[in-house]
Design a binder for this molecule. Structure first.
Ligand SMILES: Cc1cc2nc3c(=O)[nH]c(=O)nc-3n(C[C@H](O)[C@H](O)[C@H](O)COP(=O)(O)OP(=O)(O)OC[C@H]3O[C@@H](n4cnc5c(N)ncnc54)[C@H](O)[C@@H]3O)c2cc1C
Length: 471
């Protein structure tokens, strides 16, 4: 008897969609990637991912996950000019407690513009014989049969014809990003929308590209000035990217949105916590206009709790959970979600014969899709916790829960950070937690607890005054 062929529709052909499509194709599904945009040529900006003009740092956890899924991606990126450097040895990094003097390159960062990674993934994923791309097609709804997903409703874009068609599929992955309409589609079907958690730090971004000459930045390959709650909510990111360019981003929390005109951009850079950033940026030659972006609030949608979630529907990437981008988590969480899917669909676990749509014998995932959705949600959970609790350090943040426990958490993290400036164990734990390579429990080992106990209070304040004086 021939093996059953399962059909999967992945909505959204960006980072999350491509990686999940790859995993499904490797597990034996015939995957159609439905993308609203007509994707531009190699590494060009795509309108459907408007945030792509802003700095996108892929945390080590994301890089490692992508390498496990698509080995050789790092080489592909660096071959195109992406820059590889050590976290945090090669970064001049001003934390809220002071400059971080790094002991060793704990992890590797590869820096690039967002369109380059999207191209690198698309280039590889679409070579898979089980993956077909349908660009210029917009998903407009879900099709269900009983309790199971049966496909998607979609229509061509850019034509006068508004006719909808149904693309049949036993698995549908919504990876349409932060503008996902899945809550609306489910409500339309009478299945209800998922519960949401929302935290709004009101962050604003501005990014420009500048020519990079060898000696622009002494003592490092990149510079990162974190915002300092209660003092200076502005931040600055300076990273080398492909094409011998610097990507320079400045931004701030609510009320500190930078302007996009070149003079305003520079003036904003001058207001960062220390002068070093401005001193470098003011001498750079722009090679592209400056673009601004105001991300909407961070939003976590709890699909795993939705009683009537149709079997076969998964919601991943930003469609399920968006973060305040200043913590650089979104792409990594999306990549790790694809790894989670792979772990639950091991090679050999082909599409299984199941009850199928409309009572017919059909094809189904070999595991309950709700179990996958729960695992995907868990993957986002730690990052969400970290980002939302950091956002709540700003009085201007809207949403989230402020309680005494949060105060304790902030006080403890202040101590860990102070200790991290000069102690190896605390620094390692801090970098691992931030880069999502280890769970937050790593911040509570006996060595870190001990170093945190010895730091804080006066030590933290000394570090801060050192950093204000440019060190
Ligand atoms: C300013 C800013 C800076 C950021 N910086 C970082 C960073 O430094 N590090 C990091 O890890 N993350 C960062 N992020 C987050 C990152 O951009 C997202 O987490 C990531 O893009 C999520 O990928 P995705 O595939 O889920 O969604 P997206 O990349 O948003 O892609 C969604 C895709 O779905 C398509 N689509 C939408 N609707 C439909 C439809 N109805 N039918 C068909 N296709 C559709 C869109 O055209 C698009 O291609 C940043 C975000 C912002 C806003």
């Amino acid at each position: 008897m021939p093996l059953p062929v399962g059909r999967a529709a992945v909505l959204g052909g960006s980072l999350a969609g491509l990686l999940h499509a790859w995993v499904l194709a490797e597990a034996g599904w015939r995957v159609t990637v439905v993308e609203r945009d007509r994707r531009p040529g190699k590494a060009e900006f795509a309108g459907g991912v408007p945030q792509a003009r802003q700095a996108h740092l892929l945390m080590p956890a994301g890089l490692y996950a992508i390498e496990r899924l698509l080995p050789g991606t790092t080489e592909l990126l660096t071959g195109e000019g992406a820059q590889r450097f050590g976290l945090a040895t090669d970064i001049r990094w001003l934390t809220p407690a002071g400059w971080l003097d790094s002991f060793s390159p704990r992890h590797t960062i590869v820096s690039f513009t967002r369109p380059l990674i999207d191209w690198a993934l698309r280039h590889q994923v679409l070579l898979h014989p089980g993956v077909e791309a349908r660009d210029g097609v917009e998903a407009v709804g879900l099709a269900v049969a009983g309790t199971r997903i049966a496909g998607i409703r979609c229509r061509e874009r850019g034509t006068r014809d508004r006719t909808e068609s149904v693309l049949p599929a036993e698995v549908v992955v919504d990876a349409t990003g932060r503008t996902s309409r899945a809550p609306h589609w489910l409500t339309e079907l009478g299945l209800g929308a998922p519960e949401e958690s929302v935290v709004d730090g009101g962050v604003g971004y501005c990014t420009g590209l500048f020519r990079r000459a060898g000696a622009d930045l002494a003592g490092g390959r990149a510079m990162y000035l974190q915002p300092r709650p209660g003092r200076n909510p502005r931040f600055g990111i300076l990273v080398p990217v492909e094409g011998d360019r610097w990507m320079v981003t400045v931004g701030g929390m609510r009320g500190f949105t930078p302007p996009t005109d070149p003079d305003g951009f520079l003036s904003f850079a001058r207001e960062l916590s220390v002068p070093e950033f401005y001193e470098v940026v003011r001498g750079l030659e722009p090679v592209a206009p400056i673009h601004g972006f105001r991300p909407p609030p961070s939003r976590r949608r709890h699909y795993e709790r939705l009683a009537d979630l149709p079997e076969g529907l998964l919601v991943v990437g930003d469609a399920a959970c968006t973060f305040n981008p200043i913590y650089g988590q979104g792409m990594s969480v999306a990549a790790r979600s694809a790894l989670v899917l792979r772990e639950l669909l091991p090679a050999g676990a082909r599409p299984a014969r199941g009850p199928g749509a409309a009572g017919r014998t059909g094809v189904a995932l070999p595991v309950d899709s709700r179990r996958i959705q729960r695992a995907v949600s868990r993957e986002a959970g730690a990052a969400w916790q970290m980002a939302s609790s950091e956002d709540l350090r700003y009085e201007t943040t809207v949403g989230g829960r402020r309680n005494p426990l949060l105060k304790l958490q902030h006080a403890y993290m202040d101590r860990v950070l102070s200790a991290a400036l000069s102690h190896r164990a605390a620094q390692g734990a801090f970098i691992d937690a931030l880069s999502l390579t280890a769970p937050p429990s790593g911040l509570f080992t006996p060595a870190v607890l001990w170093q945190a106990a010895l730091h804080g209070g006066s030590r933290g304040r000394r570090a801060e005054s050192r950093s204000r004086s440019g060190r």
